[in-house]
Ligand binder design. Sequence first.
Ligand code: ZN
Length: 411
Amino acid sequence: MMDFASLANQVMLRCDQLGAITQSPGIVDRRYLTPQHRQANDLVAQWMREAGMTVWQDAAGNQWGRYHSTDANARSLVLGSHLDTVPNGGKYDGMLGVIAPLAVVHHCFENGIRFPFHIDIVGFGDEEGTRFGSTLLGSRALTGRWKEDWQLLRDENKVSLPEAMAEFGLAFDKVGDATLKPDSVLGYLEVHIEQGPVLEDKHLPVGWVTAIAGAKRLNVQVNGMAGHAGTVPMGMRQDALAASSEMVLAVESIASQFGIVATVGRLETRPGAVNVIPGQVNFSLDIRSEHDHKRDAALQLIEEVFRDIAQRRHVDVNWQQTHHADAVHCDPYLSQTLSQAIQLSGHNAVSLPSGAGHDAMAMDAICPVSMLFVRCKGGISHHPGESVTSADVAASLQVIYRFFDAFSPDF
Ligand SMILES: [Zn+2]
């Protein structure tokens, strides 16, 4: 039996080492196409070589390693996640999904264990989108879904995406070379911290993901009438904030009623003075579910209730959709194999949806996908307090190993 505990300690150390590569001293901050991206790729490539893998970097700056099958004509099982972070992020979001499978491959290499499929591990250069404001640039390059107008994207220092790519030794017009042929890939497994409190609540180290929630985002505008806070009687007001407050509470109760999640995370009041009745409010609405039809039904009801509230309070309401992504469902065979691997590792195999977006969403365009969540302390992520235990990492390594063992390329 493998010594998963000491392998897990190595994974923890490597997450610390990667976490030390930062563009902002004192915090974890590593963005796409920066010198720190280069350093992280180089370090991961070195670990990949030590694990007996052939390494390369693709046309989008993603770092790859291949653990070859005994069969030269085999197809690949891809595992990976992202190596970039948000500013002041943690050491595990993304990195764990690269380092954990790498540790298992390293062990297999040292013990001469080979599989009837290649194992490709990828560290994506950009998932968070913190440099250019567009997420999943790394994984979307694999699907051939980069958009021509992304050449206009610029970072906070006005450096364009093509300029940053050139600086990194890549070319914007060659990014299509990173596209994977769907028939070369068997499937994709992403190991990721949960970023939520469910596994902790259930006292379980890992869980498998049913689906990645589809999200819609809207900007809502409520127009009432500004007026003097001292002179306009209560019954004669068209208070845009009082109306918006009812709307926010309606969002909360409708989301609960439909068993989905919906959030008003930003709200601005105009003119925003202590002695003026709010004349206009702009707020955001983010609504998600692993079931698109549930999300859409809830949104429809929310819109009806918004109209009712507006009519009753003599204000106008309108909204604009700014984002739409449908849910991605994890593949039944991969998920079943994962679930069995969890049980064989001695744990209850619980499933849960992912409320957050992941590289697996992009990968779904080219191959079946699956995800393994690892418990994280307090559900905290995108924060220096992000924390996983070595014991939980050991559990994830055991699951990955058993997944390799059980996975059949002929499914
Ligand atoms: Zn992530």
